[in-house]
Design a protein around this ligand. Sequence first.
Ligand SMILES: NC(=O)c1ccc[n+]([C@@H]2O[C@H](COP(=O)([O-])OP(=O)(O)OC[C@H]3O[C@@H](n4cnc5c(N)ncnc54)[C@H](OP(=O)(O)O)[C@@H]3O)[C@@H](O)[C@H]2O)c1
Length: 234
Amino acid sequence: MERILVIGGARALGAAVARRAAKDGYEVVVGARDLAAAEVLAGEIGATAVRVDLQDESTIAAAAERLKDGVDHIVTTGSAPHDVRATELDRDKLLAAFTAKVAGPMLVAKHFGPVLRPTGSVVLFSGVVGWRPGPGSLVKGVTNGAVEYLARHLAADLAPVRVNAVSPGVVDSGAWDRLGEKKTALLSKSAGGTFVGRHGEADDVVDTVMWLLRAGFVSGETIHIEGGARHKSA
Ligand SMILES: NC(=O)c1ccc[n+]([C@@H]2O[C@H](COP(=O)([O-])OP(=O)(O)OC[C@H]3O[C@@H](n4cnc5c(N)ncnc54)[C@H](OP(=O)(O)O)[C@@H]3O)[C@@H](O)[C@H]2O)c1
């Protein structure tokens, strides 16, 4: 049985990946900074839980030590958005955003490099905003863009372990529920910005992640899951 660690696995897309992986017969480890939340999901799906905070290297090192008998796949969904214009940047929030998407996954590679089995893979999370600049999306745009380069360079570094990224468009993952009534407007606007005329569902992303785990001749790539949104003019 292959073992998969899902970081950010207690909620939204991470939880959807963890659920599907458990259903598909993987040994799942739910990694989250909130261990109690990870344990609740792990209990539901027959997985185990481990605390991983991408902002705290010691938790990454401790998780790697705990799983040192081997991990086949790591999926990391971490994100710490800082949606402001350049003139409003807060340095700590800026660095936290880069840590969640870029530096944190690099430190995951540092500690899990020796633990990852050579036939395994890493899946990083980017996002369409990396390719669609707009006021207030500076940090999200650059961090998501950086993930494309991270996948490429980490693939060289961790080879033969494969490293890829997925880049979702707007997906009704649960994360947008915080918008309340405004969520419907966001989803419908995003649907209009695609060729396929709909917003994304969690399964669109999960299907792609599960494919990447098995796509043994794909490495260093970013797979876009956004209905063609990058190509459609406004
Ligand atoms: N949903 C979309 O429309 C969409 C679109 C484009 C890209 N994406 C990308 O897809 C990924 C998943 O998004 P989502 O929709 O599932 O919602 P999200 O709210 O962006 O999920 C972020 C995940 O990262 C975790 N996380 C944040 N900081 C962390 C840290 N320091 N250490 C460990 N985990 C941390 C969160 O866990 P906590 O519960 O601890 O906060 C949560 O599980 C993100 O990278 C996001 O940027 C999503």
